[in-house]
Design a protein around this ligand. Sequence first.
Ligand SMILES: NC(=O)c1ccc[n+]([C@@H]2O[C@H](COP(=O)([O-])OP(=O)(O)OC[C@H]3O[C@@H](n4cnc5c(N)ncnc54)[C@H](O)[C@@H]3O)[C@@H](O)[C@H]2O)c1
Length: 251
Amino acid sequence: MITRFLNQIAIVTGGARGIGKGIAERLAKEGAIVYIFDIRAKELKKTVAKFKSQKLTIKGQIIDITKEKQIKKGIQKITKKHQRLDIMVNCAGIVGGTGNKIVDYITKTFEKTIAINLTGAFLLTKYCIPSMLKNNYGRIIHLTSIGGKDGNPNMVGYAASKAGLFGLIKGVGKEYAATGITVNGIAPAVIATDLNENTDPKVLQYMIDKIPMKRLGTVKEVAALCCWIASEEASFNTGFVFDLSGGRATY
Ligand SMILES: NC(=O)c1ccc[n+]([C@@H]2O[C@H](COP(=O)([O-])OP(=O)(O)OC[C@H]3O[C@@H](n4cnc5c(N)ncnc54)[C@H](O)[C@@H]3O)[C@@H](O)[C@H]2O)c1
């Protein structure tokens, strides 16, 4: 049995489903106590119940990552209870609008996408770091996207918010490089999850066509990479975004 995260405390945002759910499961299977922050109450309850039946220590909290007070309170409560916070994986995110060029892209949709994908990441990082500094150890991982690196067309909110994450990861990674806290990201190409259920089929096909392996990635593949970055072994990487793109990323 692998026990890389034995007695470690982890927060996974967006873990009610999709990539976050897969990462929460793997962290817990390897010994972590995991707290999922999500806004989908029904799915969160179902997910937590499923994990409980597998005897995994995964708890759910309804927390909207755009709400500063909720994040601050949620993180502080966990830290007070366990006197530590080891891992924070931020998987909460939305696609926002797809299928329209910028001139037809609704401004409110842009603002909402930035609020969740970028401001949420800022707030989570801001409030996790003081908790991690208590033990001079921490692993912060944000899910960004190849769309932020390359700039997928017809989804400007998503591309801009995910590109912003690169700056956040690289800048904050350097700010805390001399501590035991690392700040990294993962930039996947398209992964098979519900996130893409409303994505314009043409946009989705465009993204698959760009992947030399000509297939979607899997949640298991994201969880495997993420859990290495979240482990103590990954001690010489910070301020870095790892590609996970079936060969799409070339730089
Ligand atoms: N699936 C892909 O193709 C793909 C590719 C590259 C990057 N990503 C990124 O990976 C992350 C996870 O994607 P996924 O496919 O699992 O998506 P998903 O839609 O299946 O899951 C995202 C979760 O985030 C939660 N969420 C949304 N807004 C929230 C908020 N304000 N507060 C708290 N939780 C919130 C949702 O309720 C949902 O459970 C996202 O950041 C996404 O942009 C996904």
